[in-house]
Structure formats: structure tokens, C-alpha cells
Design a protein around this ligand. Structure first.
Ligand code: NAD
Ligand code: TYD
Length: 354
């Protein structure tokens, strides 16, 4: 069997990627390395039980010895690196884990991969790829009239999360320039879709709405994000992995700039249509709460390089992607109940305490 190695494949985007990749029967097998933090959930991969093309290893990317063993055993032809601490609000409460996983973990992985890559035959070394999944948040915050982020926008990260991702991007870049490691980096906008942990805006609003709880909107609700359906993101990663130019970075976005209030209103309206309340609208549950410290005002991605070079464009509009997402949550209440663990409840109590 031929393998690719995926890190963080039990998280939101990683799990969608693993499921999407393995649905192609001609694609390589996957060795999936995930520490299973609060954000990792093997229930998202339940449909792969018994599938020999998926090998799961509960491993921390900071564990060099374990990574060396996995690389030597499965001899992957590529790495797709998703593993990270990913929630901005958590990075404000406790940045330490973000430094550890996002910076030290990426460094440890790069070192292990560099050593492994050095043992490959010349042709395999040339064909090898290390794809690093990053975020548009490394570029900082835009004013309303600014052009969207392009691949040449200067880095200006504002939160401990985005600063740690920026550091990891720089390390990946340096491993290409210094050691020749064949790397690719993608910087994507806010994803949404199935298997999204309900600490992030869209799944939080869907699950709170259905539970009759307040829908917390930070500040004035006019911060803007550029929403990307996770299935479109997975397709973009596959294109970049297959045909991206080594050493390049690619911005991935959905061309869907929306204020948070627009997003929350649209979720409420779709729920009103799909699962009407006996009386009133889900919009009645919207509650303005105190703002996030250092809250970036606007993110927006110019994804034209990916379209020009690799022909990738998102297939979903915000409305079509959101409808699919809400339908998935309505049909997947078992998955939702499972993630609403004690740990999750503790987080909600800390973050939304008045
Ligand atoms: P997530 O938080 O849902 O999942 C992260 C996964 O990484 C989890 O399964 C977790 O168990 C695993 N993990 C954490 N620390 C680890 C460690 N030390 N070793 C091994 N595994 C570890 O995150 P996500 O939303 O799926 O994001 C995936 C990647 O995409 C991240 O690198 C994130 O920065 C990036 N990204 C996400 C978004 C988004 O909107 N979700 C947007 C831009 C970029
Ligand atoms: P989030 O999903 O945390 O992603 P990010 O901060 O990485 O963009 O938040 C998306 C936007 O929604 C962001 O502007 C913060 C806002 N937000 C709320 O208004 N209320 C909430 O409860 C959460 C979690 C986020």
C-alpha cells in the first residue's frame, strides 16, 4: 500500500479531508496522526471502521520518536499537516498550548520529515510533498475599504493563535529555502460544514438555537469573515498537493464576505424554514455579548492565484453550503450530543460567563 500522512485528521477539516480522500478508491491510503485533544473526535471517522486504507495513530506531533517510527513504517509520499490548536478565544485564555503544538509541534514534524526525506531515493525525494495548512488570520485585520489578502500581503498576526500559525508558516518556508524540503502552504479563510466543533460560530449558533439557548454575537456583530465550505477547501488542498508549485503559497477562500450578524441571521432563517419553532423565530435568541479582546475586524481572501494556476473555484455558495451544513447537524444529533462533553461544558461556562 502507498500512504500519505495526515496530521490532525480527527479534527474538523482533517476528518472531512480524510473522508473525502478515501472516498476516491484510487487514492493512496492514509496514516492519520492525531493527539485527540478536546477537538479530535474519532466519531467523525466512524464510517471508516474496518477500512484497511485508514490507519489511525494517537500521537502528539511534538513526539519526535513516535513520528520517526511512523514515517519509517509507512513511508508516506506526502504529508498534509492540519494538526493545530485552532480556536482564537482559547488562545486568548491560554496561549501556551498554541505555542507548543503550532510552533514546537510543526518544528518537530519538520525535523522528523526532513530526516526521513533525506533517506529517500532521488525520484521519491523529488516527488515528495509537505503541505502545510494555514490560515488567513496570519495577515491580520483589514479595514472595510482594503483590498483582500493576497499571497504577497505582509504578515501581521494579532492573536496568540494567528501569531503561532504565522511562526509555523515561517518555519515551513525556511525548511524549503534552507534544506530544499518540497513544501506547499495554503492559507484559507473561515471554514464551515459537517463535523465542526460547536465552539466555533456557525456550529455554536446551530446547536444553541436548537437547544433554545442565547446566540452570542460579539461586539456590534459587524466583524467580517470570508466563509469557505469545508468540502471546497478539501478539493483545493487536493489540487495544491497534486499540482501546486513547490515552495509556493496559495490563498483559499470562498468569495463569501459576511458580517457575523448576517451569518447568524441566515442560520436562523434557514432553521426557521427547516425546523420551525412553535412560536417566533430563532432570531429572537440573538444576544449581543462583550467583544473578543483584539477582535480582528475583517478577513477577506483573494483566491485568484489558485484559480489561475490550478483551475480551482469553490463549488458552493454560502447559501447552498450553509443549507447542507444545517441539514447535516439536524440529521447528526448523536454526533452533537457526543461532543457536548464535560470538557465542552466547562469551556462554555468560562467563555460566556457574564
Ligand atoms: P480542529 O481544532 O477542529 O482540529 C485540530 C486537530 O488537531 C484535532 O483533531 C486535534 O486533536 C489535533 N491536534 C491538536 N494538537 C495536536 C498535537 N499536538 N498532535 C497531534 N494532533 C493534535 O481544527 P480545524 O478547524 O480542523 O483546523 C485544521 C487546520 O486548519 C489547523 O491547522 C487550522 O489552523 C487551519 N485552519 C482552520 C480554519 C477553520 O476555519 N477551521 C481556517 C483556517 C485555517
Ligand atoms: P470563530 O468561529 O471563532 O472563527 P475566527 O475567530 O477564527 O474567525 O469566529 C468567527 C467570528 O464570529 C469572529 O468574528 C468571532 C465571532 N463570534 C461571535 O460573535 N460569537 C461567538 O460565540 C463566537 C464563537 C464567535
Amino acid at each position: 500500500m502507498h500512504y500519505i500522512l495526515v496530521t490532525g485528521g480527527a479534527g474538523f477539516i482533517g476528518a472531512n479531508f480524510v473522508l473525502n480522500w478515501l472516498s476516491d478508491l484510487g487514492a493512496d491510503s492514509i496514516v492519520n496522526v492525531d493527539k485527540l485533544t478536546y477537538a479530535g473526535n474519532l466519531k467523525s471517522l466512524a464510517s471508516l471502521e474496518g477500512n484497511e486504507r485508514h490507519v489511525f495513530s494517537q500521537t502528539d506531533i511534538c513526539d519526535r520518536e513516535a513520528l520517526d517510527q511512523i514515517l519509517a513504517k509507512y513511508k508516506p509520499r506526502a504529508i498534509v499537516h492540519f494538526a493545530a490548536e485552532s480556536h482564537v478565544d482559547r488562545s486568548i485564555h491560554g496561549p501556551g498550548e498554541f505555542i507548543q503544538t503550532n510552533i514546537v509541534g510543526t518544528f518537530t514534524l519538520l525535523e522528523a520529515v526532513r530526516a526521513y526525506w533525506g533517506t529517500l531515493e532521488a525520484a521519491d525525494r523529488d516527488a515528495f510533498r509537505f503541505l502545510h495548512v494555514s490560515t488567513d488570520e496570519v495577515f491580520g485585520s483589514l479595514a472595510a475599504e482594503d483590498p483582500q489578502f493576497s499571497e504577497t500581503t505582509a504578515y501581521a498576526p494579532n492573536s496568540p493563535y494567528s501569531a503561532s500559525k504565522a511562526a509555523s508558516d515561517h518555519l515551513v518556508r525556511a525548511y524549503h529555502h534552507t534544506y530544499g524540503l518540497p513544501v506547499l502552504t495554503t492559507n484559507c479563510s473561515n471554514n464551515y460544514g459537517p463535523y465542526h466543533f460547536p465552539e466555533k460560530l456557525i456550529p455554536l449558533v446551530i446547536t444553541n438555537a436548537l437547544a433554545g439557548k442565547p446566540l452570542p454575537v460579539y461586539g456590534d456583530g459587524l466583524n467580517v469573515r470570508d466563509w469557505l465550505y469545508v468540502g471546497d477547501h478539501c478539493a483545493a488542498i487536493r489540487e495544491v498537493l497534486a499540482r501546486g508549485r513547490v515552495g509556493e503559497t496559495y490563498n483559499v477562500g470562498g468569495w463569501n464576505e459576511k458580517t457575523n450578524l448576517d451569518v447568524v441571521n441566515t442560520v436562523c432563517d434557514l432553521l426557521d424554514a427547516l425546523r420551525p419553532k412553535p412560536k417566533g423565530s430563532y432570531r429572537d435568541q440573538i444576544t449581543f455579548v462583550k467583544d473578543r479582546p483584539g477582535h480582528d475586524r475583517r478577513y477577506a481572501i483573494d483566491a485568484r492565484k489558485l484559480e489561475r494556476e490550478l483551475g480551482w473555484k469553490p463549488a458552493e455558495t454560502f447559501e447552498s453550503g450553509l443549507r447542507k451544513t444545517i441539514e447535516w447537524y439536524l440529521d447528526s444529533q448523536g454526533w452533537v450530543q457526543n461532543v457536548m462533553s464535560g470538557e465542552y461544558r466547562k469551556w462554555v461556562a468560562t467563555q460566556y460567563a457574564v
